[in-house]
Design a protein around this ligand. Structure first.
Ligand SMILES: [Zn+2]
Ligand SMILES: [Zn+2]
Length: 138
């Protein structure tokens, strides 16, 4: 039976809201330097939902596109008012949106299942010792 539980990710000021249904396909903790810059933290944690599981994207956003590994594009969408990076689309997973796990503000949200770019991790800082560590990335 399909899980129809809705999970809503919001920016800090609340005007940008992304709602997804059920559990994400993958939750990745990424230690790459770009995710460190995106979040201002030692790693970024993203929930990857198939686009057809993202039922609404409400509010205004600005976007920032960057070139990721092997020339692939990644487009971050962030709130123009508070600056929170809420979700992104990427060439690597064209059927998915990545949604910043912190924006769900849900302590029970599914934990990371993968750690990527571990070679760029800040010393002693990894997201989750139980997760599968892939080098350098998926
Ligand atoms: Zn905001
Ligand atoms: Zn990254």
């Amino acid at each position: 039976m399909t899980d129809t539980t809705e999970h809503r990710a919001t920016c800090a000021c609340g005007q940008l809201r992304v709602t997804a249904v059920g559990d994400p396909d993958v939750v990745t903790a990424c230690n790459c330097l770009e995710c460190q810059r995106r979040t201002g933290s030692p790693f970024g944690v993203g929930a990857y939902y198939r686009k057809d599981r993202v039922v609404s994207i409400e509010g205004r956003s600005n976007s920032f596109e960057r070139t990721a590994a092997e020339g692939r594009k990644l487009c971050n969408n962030f709130c123009p008012d508070c600056g929170t990076s809420v979700y992104w689309s990427l060439d690597m997973r064209p059927d998915h949106y990545g949604i910043a796990v912190g924006c769900f503000s849900d302590p029970g949200f599914i934990r990371p299942t993968r750690v990527v770019w571990a070679d760029e991790a800040r010393v002693g800082e990894t997201a989750d010792s139980d997760a599968v560590v892939l080098r350098p990335h998926v």
